[in-house]
Design a binder for this molecule. Structure first.
Ligand SMILES: [Zn+2]
Ligand SMILES: [Zn+2]
Length: 262
């Protein structure tokens, strides 16, 4: 069974998913799961608490579930501040994670989720800055296994058209994708927007280019925060991978493994 490689349980500040419910739902859809709890050094919750979790408690709580069907990872919020670069790498490497996914949730001081009304840049300027920043985070954090949701900003921006399309930023997207490929980092097909045709086409234009530039491996992640979204959009991600002859993979003990699709 293939893995959905992006899931949040109650160890994440914004999720309350219970592990047994998650596994039960995944089984219905013939999926295995990698948990990837949020750890963002550069973000705070609304009440000022950090966006992190007790990593030792996480491994303790799930040790009896860990195995064929469940792997334990982390979603690190990447940031190019030198001390965050060092701390993120230390977090990734000093615990026995199966998989480390890297994300850009913040663009310097701009938190794309909670500050959405504060974005006064044009769409062209915003995505140009975002893509340059994302490429730079890969250079600075080359130890990650996959880069999550390249289309994350599309969820929250307030332009009349939020779609990120390859043809609008070909050079910047090429640079970003080359950097992933050079560093042997996978591209995640994030399922959050994939059922909306315009967003699917945008993501597809980037996935297609990843393949053209020599990319081979993708991870497929639902970014599930509750059991009810598990599995539903997974076939759309799989179909996109297949369309561009990309191989879906997951990571176990930080080693890339090809998904068994049967
Ligand atoms: Zn994320
Ligand atoms: Zn996530």
């Amino acid at each position: 069974m293939p893995f959905d490689t992006h899931n949040h349980t109650h160890f994440s500040f914004d999720a309350d998913m219970n592990i047994q419910d998650a596994l039960k739902e995944a089984e219905k859809y013939n999926l295995n799961l990698v948990l990837t709890e949020h750890y963002d050094l550069n973000e705070q919750q609304e009440d000022g608490r950090p966006v992190d979790f007790e990593i030792d408690r996480y491994f303790e709580a799930y040790s009896s579930f860990r195995g064929e069907r469940l792997l334990l990872g982390i979603e690190l919020g990447l940031d190019n501040r030198p001390d965050y670069i060092t701390r993120n790498r230390t977090i990734a490497e000093s615990h026995p994670f199966d998989m480390v996914i890297g994300s850009v949730h913040n663009l310097q001081d701009y938190d794309m989720y909670s500050d959405r009304t504060k974005n006064f840049l044009s769409k062209q300027d915003f995505f140009s800055q975002y893509l340059i920043y994302a490429e730079n985070t890969i250079h600075q954090n080359p130890y990650i296994d996959t880069f999550a949701h390249i289309d994350y900003p599309c969820r929250y921006l307030t332009y009349s058209d939020n779609v990120l399309r390859y043809e609008d930023f070909p050079l910047l997207i090429d640079n970003f994708l080359f950097t992933l490929i050079e560093n042997d980092i996978c591209l995640e097909i994030n399922l959050r927007l994939i059922d909306q045709p315009s967003f699917r086409e945008g993501l597809e234009s980037i996935v297609r280019r990843y393949r053209e530039l020599g990319g081979k491996y993708v991870t497929i992640g639902g970014d599930n925060h509750s059991p009810d979204t598990i599995g539903i959009k997974y076939p759309l991600g799989l179909a996109m991978a297949k369309e561009y002859q990309l191989t879906p993979v997951y990571f176990k003990n930080r080693k890339r493994i090809v998904d068994q699709l049967q």
